[in-house]
Write a protein that binds this ligand. Structure first.
Ligand code: ATP
Ligand code: MG
Length: 580
C-alpha cells in the first residue's frame, strides 16, 4: 500500500489553502471572522449569516437546496426561497408566543421544511435541536426532557407512533408542529400556518454567546451528552467549510449525514449555506446505485460522507462503480470513524481522488484535524490540525498533563478557544469541567503524532486493549483485517484472559461471495498474524451479518464487549443495525 498520496502543483494551486504551513503561520481569528458579516451592534445570528445576508447581497437566485425525495420527486429552493420560508417559520413560532431562548426539537426526515425550520428557529433566536427521525419513543422523550423542549416539529405519522402517548409528560412543551396540511387536535398543521404567516421577519439580534444549537453525542461510549453550541460557532463553520471542505459559492455539495447527527447540521446545513453553496439533499437512505447515480447526475463536486458508507461502496467492488462517471468530483471527505487506509486507496482509484479523513466531535462543533486538499495524504492518518487549532498528544499524570513525544501514544487534546467549541454539557457541568486539565480540552480519544505533524487515530480511550504488555488500538487491527479479500468490516475488542490480561477478539462481516467457515477463520487469522504479528493479531474471530452501530454509523465496540462478557448493555438509545 502506498505510504503517501501526493498532490500535484495544479491540485495545490486550486485549493482553499494552497500552502498549509503558510496558512498556519498567517492565520488569525480576525481574518476568519471576516467570512461572516455580523451587525454593527455586535450581534451575530447563524440563520442570518447562512441565508438572508446572501439575499441582501444580490444572490437570492442562487440555488440553496436541491432536494431529491424518496420517490425521486425534486424540489429546488433558492436562497430567496429559503429566506422567505424560514421567515414564515419564525413568524409561526412568534405567533404562538415562543421567545428567544426557547428550544425547538426537530424530528423528521430530510425534507426541505426541516432545513428551513432550522434556519427559521435560529433567526427567531431560539435553540435548534435535531433528532434522528428513526429514534424510538424513549430516546426522543429523554432528549426532549434534558433539553427542556418548548416546541416539537415532526410529522403526523411520527407523532402518532412515537410521541402522542407521553407528550403530556414533557411539561415544558408548548407547541407541536406537524408538517403538512393536517394535524391532530392538540397540534398545529405547519402547511396552513406557514401560508398564513408573513414572509418578512426581522431576525433576532442574538449575541455571539447566545445558545443556538444543542447536539446530542452519538452514544458510542455511553449515555449521550447534550453539547451546547452558540451563535459564535458560525465563524468556525464558515472558516472550516471553506478550508477543510473546499466550499465556495456555487459549489455543488453533498453531505450524506442526517441532521440528527452533528455532521448533518454543522456541515449539512450551516457551513454550506454560510459559504453559499448548492446543497444536494437526498431524503432516502444509503443505496449504492442511487448514490453513484446522484453524484453523476447532479455533478457533485464536494462529497462529505462517513467510513461506514465508504466501506459499503468498497464492499460492492470496482465493478459496481464502473458504469458511472465521477469526473465532477473535486474533493471527497470523511468523518465519524477512523477511515481505513484501504478505503483511502480504493476511493482514490475508483473516484479519481481519495476520501480525505478528518476528525472532530460533537463537542468541538467543527472539523479540528483534517487532510486538506493541498496536503499529501498518508492513508490511515487523520491529517493535521487546521490553522487556528492547537492540538497535542498528552498523558494525564496526577491531575495534570504531560505532552507526549512524537511517536508516543496519548490522549488527543486541544487548546480551548475556537468559536464552535461546546459551552457546556446540558445539566452536566461537572462532566464538562472534567474534560479540561491544564488548559487543554481532553477528547477521550487516543492518537499519535508522527514527526511530520500528521495525527494517527489509535482508538477511544475506553476501547484500548492491553495484552501481554502491549497497548493495542482496535483501529489498527480492524484495518489489517479488512485488507483481507473476504472481510468487509471488523469490530475489535479485548476480552479478559488470565495470562495475557486481555486477548484480542474480532467480529467480522464478510464480503459478498464469501461463506463463514473454520478454514476461512484460520486463513484470516493467518493474514492478521502476518500483518500485525502474533501479539496483536486477534486470537478469536467471529463472523457476523452486521456489527452493532450507532445511527451515525459508528461501531459500538462497548456493546460487543458487554455481550461478550454478559454484562448490562448500558444506554443503547442510538443503536441502529444489530443482527448476529
Ligand atoms: P459518545 O461521546 O456519546 O460516546 P461519540 O463520541 O461517538 O459518542 P460523536 O461526537 O458523534 O459521538 O463522535 C466523535 C467521535 O467519533 C470522536 O471522539 C472519535 O472517537 C470518532 N471520530 C470522529 N472522526 C473520526 C476520525 N476521522 N477518525 C477516528 N475517529 C473519529
Ligand atoms: Mg464522544
Amino acid at each position: 500500500m502506498p505510504d503517501e498520496i501526493t498532490k500535484s502543483d495544479e491540485e495545490r494551486a486550486g485549493a482553499a489553502m494552497p500552502d498549509f504551513d503558510e496558512a498556519r503561520l498567517s492565520f488569525s481569528w480576525d481574518d476568519a471572522a471576516t467570512l461572516v458579516d455580523g451587525w454593527p451592534d455586535g450581534a451575530l445570528n447563524i440563520g442570518y449569516e447562512a441565508v438572508d445576508r446572501h439575499v441582501e447581497q444580490g444572490h437570492g437566485d442562487a440555488v440553496a437546496l436541491h432536494w431529491i425525495g424518496k420517490d425521486d420527486t425534486r424540489r429546488q429552493l433558492t436562497y430567496a426561497d429559503m429566506a422567505v420560508l424560514s421567515s414564515r417559520f419564525a413568524n409561526v413560532l412568534k405567533k404562538h408566543g415562543l421567545e428567544p431562548g426557547d428550544s425547538l426539537f426537530a424530528l423528521m426526515g430530510r425534507v426541505p421544511e426541516l432545513y428551513a425550520a432550522a434556519i427559521g428557529t435560529l433567526k427567531a433566536g431560539m435553540v435548534f435541536t435535531p433528532l434522528f427521525s428513526a429514534f424510538g419513543p424513549e430516546p426522543i422523550r429523554t432528549r426532549m426532557e434534558i433539553g427542556n423542549a418548548t416546541v416539537l416539529l415532526t410529522t403526523a405519522a411520527l407523532y402518532k407512533r412515537k410521541i402522542a402517548a407521553w407528550r403530556d409528560q414533557i411539561s415544558s412543551l408548548k407547541l407541536v408542529l406537524i408538517a403538512g396540511n393536517e394535524a391532530p387536535d392538540d397540534c398545529v398543521a405547519l402547511g396552513p400556518a406557514l401560508d398564513a404567516a408573513s414572509p418578512e421577519f426581522e431576525t433576532v439580534h442574538t449575541r455571539p454567546e447566545d445558545r443556538a444549537l444543542i447536539h446530542f453525542t452519538s452514544g458510542t461510549t455511553g449515555k449521550p451528552k447534550g453539547a451546547v453550541h452558540v451563535h459564535q460557532a458560525v465563524v468556525y463553520h464558515a472558516y472550516s467549510g471553506r478550508n477543510a471542505l473546499e466550499l465556495t459559492p456555487g459549489t455543488i455539495y453533498w453531505c450524506t449525514a442526517d441532521p440528527g447527527w452533528v455532521t448533518g447540521t454543522s456541515y449539512g446545513i450551516i457551513a454550506p449555506l454560510v459559504n453559499r453553496v448548492t446543497m444536494i439533499v437526498d431524503e432516502a437512505e444509503f443505496d449504492l446505485d442511487r448514490w453513484y447515480e446522484t453524484v453523476q447526475r447532479e455533478k457533485v463536486e464536494v462529497w462529505y460522507s462517513a467510513p461506514t458508507a465508504i466501506r459499503m461502496m468498497m464492499r460492492a467492488g470496482d465493478a459496481a462503480a464502473e458504469p458511472y462517471v465521477f469526473s465532477s468530483l473535486k474533493f471527497l471527505a470523511s468523518v465519524g470513524e477512523p477511515l481505513n487506509p484501504e478505503a483511502v486507496i480504493w476511493s482514490h482509484r475508483v473516484f479519481g481522488g481519495p476520501f480525505h479523513d478528518n476528525w472532530w466531535q460533537t463537542e468541538t462543533g467543527g472539523i479540528m484535524i483534517a487532510n486538506t486538499s493541498a496536503m499529501d495524504i498518508r492513508p490511515g492518518s487523520m491529517g493535521k490540525p487546521l490553522p487556528g487549532i492547537e492540538a497535542g498528544i498528552v498523558e494525564r499524570e496526577n491531575g495534570s498533563v504531560r505532552e507526549c513525544e512524537s511517536g508516543e501514544i496519548g490522549e488527543l487534546a486541544l487548546r480551548p478557544g475556537w468559536p464552535s467549541m461546546m459551552r457546556t454539557y446540558l445539566h452536566e457541568q461537572a462532566r464538562y469541567d472534567k474534560c479540561f486539565v491544564d488548559d487543554w480540552y481532553l477528547s477521550g480519544d487516543l492518537a499519535m503524532k508522527d514527526k511530520d505533524g500528521y495525527y494517527w487515530f489509535v482508538g477511544r480511550a475506553d476501547d484500548l486493549i492491553k495484552s501481554s504488555g502491549h497497548l493495542i488500538g482496535p483501529f489498527e487491527v480492524e484495518s489489517a483485517l479488512i485488507e483481507h479479500d473476504a472481510i468487509a468490516e471488523a469490530g475489535v475488542i479485548g476480552v479478559p484472559d488470565e495470562t495475557a490480561g486481555e486477548i484480542v477478539k474480532a467480529y467480522v462481516v464478510l464480503n459478498p461471495g464469501f461463506e463463514a467457515s473454520e478454514q476461512l477463520e484460520r486463513e484470516v487469522r493467518g493474514h492478521a498474524r502476518k500483518k500485525l504479528g502474533p501479539a496483536v493479531a486477534p486470537r478469536e474471530i467471529v463472523f457476523r451479518k452486521t456489527l452493532p452501530k450507532t445511527r451515525s454509523g459508528k461501531i459500538m465496540r462497548r456493546l460487543l464487549k458487554a455481550r461478550e462478557l454478559g454484562l448490562p448493555e448500558g444506554d443503547i438509545s442510538t443503536l441502529e443495525t444489530d443482527e448476529t
